[in-house]
Design a binder for this molecule. Sequence first.
Ligand SMILES: C=C(O[C@@H]1C=C(C(=O)O)C=C[C@H]1O)C(=O)O
Length: 255
Amino acid sequence: YKMAKAEYNYTVDSARASLVRQEDTIIFGLIERARFPLNSPTYNQSYTSIPQFRGTLLDFLVRHTEAIQAKAGRYINPEENPFFPENLPPSVVPRYPFSQFLHPAAAMININNAIWKLYFDELLPMFVASGDDGNYAQTAATDLSLLQAISRRIHYGKFVGEAKFRESPQGYEPLIRAKDKGALMKLLTYESVEEMVVKRVKKKAMVFGQEVSLDRDVKGITYKVDPSVVSLLYQKWLIPLTKNVEVEYLLNRLD
Ligand SMILES: C=C(O[C@@H]1C=C(C(=O)O)C=C[C@H]1O)C(=O)O
């Protein structure tokens, strides 16, 4: 089996289209996690005493899942960034030649530690109910897929940054050489795009999270995840962090 060289090139438009598609994954991820209450033992080291493992049930699930996914080749794709990159086993599958669109310095950017902390300190309490229903393994699994979706979205800033750079190198180069983070941030910001994102995710949360019934008279709409929490989450965390990744990426773009 011989693999063709992947010639796919990202553009600002195609990168934006991917971010729009990723909204679906994130919103469904929020809905899936919100099926369970907080289930705090999932995150409490004293709940688990797993032989030969130190950490919470979530740590346990994430480390082992990332290891098996690494073997299966997940992290060969530059769109994917592991939460625990230390000691991941190598891929055992043939290496697909993903297009070398990014500058090699992109591989150094991984802000998953910050995303992890943010997720548990700020995000989870915003959209899950308090309580405990014993579904700790299921809770950890939904946390991981949501964390992966959020991480992919934020690190996609690398691709957006590169696409913007290629559209206007003469605009970006002097700011990169001057290491002017503020000016870079300003140049890559499109407020009208951000406003559309925030409005669209709210609408998607309403559409995806409504009870679908065959009866005509729907009594009192309740959503599976609060649409205004979804828009707030984007506005306050996901968009700013994506832009931080864009800036970080661009600062290293000429090295
Ligand atoms: C991702 C982009 O860069 C910035 C970040 C955005 C986002 O995270 O959704 C939207 C607009 C820009 O301010 C973009 O231009 O599409």
